[in-house]
Ligand binder design. Structure first.
Ligand SMILES: [Mn+2]
Length: 438
């Protein structure tokens, strides 16, 4: 499932319309990264570049010029029949015009000659300032070249501006086509989590469950995960970014899996926590139901107009109240919230924007105020409670329990839609699913 060229064309049009008259924007593609010696990591395009082009080759450069007639230029690796035998087909400049909708396209090695001319006299030069050392250096070089030609009539751009302000605001609001891809990614990941629950039994290793997730997603066409999966048995769940995934899972452990596939460069992001043996203990159940209560209440609160921070505050209030009721915190609810005492058990925030990047772009504060949710935004809702295995301030029976429940939620005109509803989260549903495995 992929977006078509019409989507990318529309985005460039929309972006150009927001750029100042006479301005030029430069967006660079990602480069291949070395894994070891001459082996490379699988290529992952820059999200910004892919968002505007759908072009999946390394080292390319997009130049958008806003003028009487807007001009879209791509620089790309040249065709090279001999190299293509080894590394596969390249579009080349001709393909960039024909298949990727550029008005004009050139070989990469012409960048330093052509770019200074393209930004000569621009009202503004937009690019991701100080994000990419190589691009920063290139821009400086083009400006120096231009600076050397002022006596021949060259004019430096009047201002430099950060391209992310316009681009990231656009990326925050998902179109119907994007939502379709994100729903598909979420559905694949949801089923993958179900597969892991069905496969799990005491004694299995964390990496075996990780491979179940990866194999299922891959079999559905989502070859890559959006981030390194977390598969944490028992107290490993209390390490928030645990990715060793190499320990055996014991009878009586909970298993926390935070994993989501990527599809056409769109992320999904799901966490479920379930008992390795298919039955929650009393303490595990108490913590689980509290986290689920916060998860459901926050999802319920997702709708246009809801303040982003209020979702976090809601989760803090519910979890702190519950921790008091379980005897894990002592004192007055408001004071425990005020003092941040809950952070010993809930140390992260309620969620993050989701899109082409798992922690997606887009400001959380606008003009000094927390952003209000609006249709097209996708956010995760992921409350959690983590009781460290060496926390002697609580009774031993609670120690080492870590629970997080994470869903991907789209803000709609009417309220919200949970994209990750395909994997159960009620205790009774999880236990029923795991009984069926036997
Ligand atoms: Mn997340």
């Amino acid at each position: 499932m992929k977006l078509d060229q019409q989507n990318y064309l529309e985005r460039r049009k929309q972006l150009l319309a927001q750029m100042p008259e006479g301005s030029v924007m430069v967006i660079a593609a990602e480069s291949l990264k070395t894994r070891n010696n001459d082996a490379e990591y699988p290529f992952r395009q820059s999200s910004n570049f892919y968002y505007l082009t759908g072009f999946n080759e390394p080292d390319a450069l997009l130049v958008l010029a806003r003028g009487a007639a807007n001009l879209v230029t791509l620089f790309c690796p040249p065709r090279d029949p001999e190299m293509e035998i080894w590394t596969g087909y390249r579009a080349g400049p001709e393909g960039c015009v024909k298949r990727f909708g550029a008005d004009q396209a050139f070989n990469l090695d012409e960048i330093d000659e052509r770019l200074p001319k393209m930004i000569d006299g621009a009202s503004q030069l937009l690019y991701p300032i100080a994000r990419d050392k190589a691009l920063d250096a290139r821009v400086k070089g083009w400006l120096e070249t231009l600076g050397r030609s002022v006596r021949s009539g060259a004019v430096l751009p009047q201002t430099l501006a950060d391209s992310d302000r316009l681009l990231h605001e656009m990326r925050l609001f998902k179109s119907a086509a994007e939502i379709e891809v994100m729903q598909r990614a979420a559905t694949i990941s949801a089923t993958a989590h179900c597969q892991a629950m069905l496969t799990c039994k005491p004694g299995i290793n964390e990496f075996q469950l990780e491979s179940v997730i990866q194999a299922y997603c891959g079999s559905q066409g989502a070859r890559f995960q959006a981030y390194t999966p977390i598969v944490a048995g028992g107290a490993n769940a209390c390490i928030l970014h645990y990715i060793e995934n190499d320990q055996p899972i014991a009878d009586g452990d909970l298993v926390l899996i935070d994993a989501g596939c990527e599809l056409d460069n769109y992320a999904s992001d799901i966490t479920r926590t379930f008992p390795a043996n298919g039955r929650f203990s009393e303490e595990q159940a108490a913590i689980y139901d509290l986290v689920l209560k916060a998860n459901e209440a926050c999802i319920e609160a997702v709708r246009p107009g809801t303040c982003w921070d209020s979702l976090h505050q809601l989760s803090v209030r519910i979890l702190t109240q519950g921790l008091i009721e379980l005897g894990l915190l002592q004192g007055d609810l408001d004071e425990l919230i005020e003092s941040g005492a809950f952070r010993r058990f809930y140390m992260h925030r309620i969620g993050h924007w989701l899109g082409m990047d798992v922690h997606d772009v887009g400001d959380y504060r606008v003009d000094g105020e927390w952003r209000k949710l609006a249709p097209g935004i996708v956010t995760t809702i992921e409350p959690g409670i983590y009781i460290a295995p060496d926390d002697h301030s609580v009774e031993e029976r609670w120690r080492g329990i870590g629970v997080r429940i994470e869903d991907d939620v789209l803000v709609t005109e009417q309220g919200s839609k949970v994209l990750t509803a395909g994997v159960p989260k009620l205790r009774s549903e999880i236990e029923a699913l795991m009984q069926n495995a036997g």
